[in-house]
Design a binder for this molecule. Structure first.
Ligand SMILES: [Ca+2]
Length: 352
């Protein structure tokens, strides 16, 4: 039976933010996921959102896909070119139902959106959470810049706007992402179709604004409150898997795309690592990553120092999907984690 895959990608969460890595804010759901599976202690990503996301989705170094940095508004087209072979395409070719929810940030034009890159459906934002502040800037109306939107779409059709993405809707977005991801999981589990979903939560990326249900809940300020929400949203996705009765055949990966930022006033910890989001120091490449299921009992219930890179996600998923007939990505930089996932070794293998 093909395993279901749920890839939860957090935004700008530092090594030291999560409880099981020494964080002080309570993150019980993510900590529980770590205790059920494999916790990586040497998982390396890129220093910014777009480079890491492109590497996860393609298994290729950002320099090979042209995604070495986050573009600024007005810099022109960016992201994954239509010919890149993404996880969405890989799992579609292997017979999976596929969906992306949340932040994309690897292309914002037709041909480069999730539903153009193999995903059957998508709900979320094309770029980054910074855009929620644009319409509140002085002279925004005079600038002629379009009001940022939250979008949705299905494969084969143009995406359509759901609502404005602004400072009012920004704190409510992850609630919608979790709800839609849960519905997708339950819908496909009911019909017995293997599924892959890429859940890109938008927290803890600025602007950091309380969801009303979590304001003051942690006692540690806005950063801690929002981290509590992020933990809760992750838990909602895990609950959906359990409620759908497919936990024994579902692999969950939880990862951050890059570390916390440099601002100490807003919170965020990169643990023992020097530097911050976007810097050239080690913290920029060292978020943490957790795995849980299938078959959670088959996984090494442990932490590993095995060196892993974000490019390893695509070859590993290809193995997990038993995706014979999937196109070979060339040149790929990733190595699979098949034996680490199965608990047979703590070293990556099969350099592809
Ligand atoms: Ca990020």
């Amino acid at each position: 039976m093909k395993p279901n895959i749920v890839f939860i990608l957090l935004d700008n969460v530092g090594w030291g933010d999560i409880g099981c890595y020494g964080g002080l804010a309570p993150t019980p759901r993510i900590d529980a996921l770590a205790s059920q599976g494999l916790r990586f202690k040497n998982y390396n990503v890129e220093a910014q959102c777009t480079p890491t996301r492109s590497a996860i989705l393609t298994g290729r170094l950002p320099i090979r896909t042209g995604n070495c940095s986050v573009p600024l508004p007005g810099q022109g087209h960016y992201g994954l070119a239509p010919w890149e072979y993404t996880l969405g395409e890989l799992f579609s070719d292997a017979g999976y139902a596929t969906a992306a929810f949340g932040k994309w940030h690897v292309g914002d034009i037709e041909g480069r959106l999730p539903t153009d890159q193999g995903f059957d459906e998508w709900f979320g934002i094309k770029n980054t959470s910074d855009e929620s502040g644009y319409s509140s800037y002085p002279l925004f109306a005079e600038s002629g810049f379009p009001v940022p939107k939250i979008w949705e779409g299905v494969k084969g059709s143009a995406v359509t706007p759901v609502e404005d993405f602004d400072l009012q809707t920004r704190p409510l977005l992850d609630e919608q992402i979790a709800r839609r991801a849960a519905a997708f999981i339950k819908r496909n589990a009911e019909v017995g179709k293997p599924f892959f979903t890429y859940v890109g939560f938008t927290q803890m990326h600025p602007p950091l604004i309380h969801h009303p249900d979590f304001k003051g809940k942690s006692g540690g300020g806005v950063y801690s409150d929002t981290l509590a929400e992020l933990d809760h949203r992750t838990g909602q996705v895990l609950d959906a898997i359990d409620q759908a009765g497919v936990a024994a055949n579902t692999i969950v990966v939880c990862s951050s795309d890059n570390p916390a930022g440099r601002s100490t006033s807003m919170g965020g910890s990169n643990g023992p690592w020097r530097g911050h989001f976007g810097s050239g120091f080690e913290a920029a490449c060292a978020p943490r990553r957790l795995c849980g299921g299938p078959a959670r009992s088959k996984l090494a219930r442990s932490a590993t120092r095995c060196s892993v890179r974000s490019t390893g996600c695509q070859p590993s998923r290809r193995w997990l999907a038993s995706a014979r007939g999937c196109r070979t990505i060339a040149p790929s930089t990733g190595s699979t984690l098949r034996h680490s996932y199965s608990g047979r070794t703590r070293q990556p293998d099969e350099i592809t």
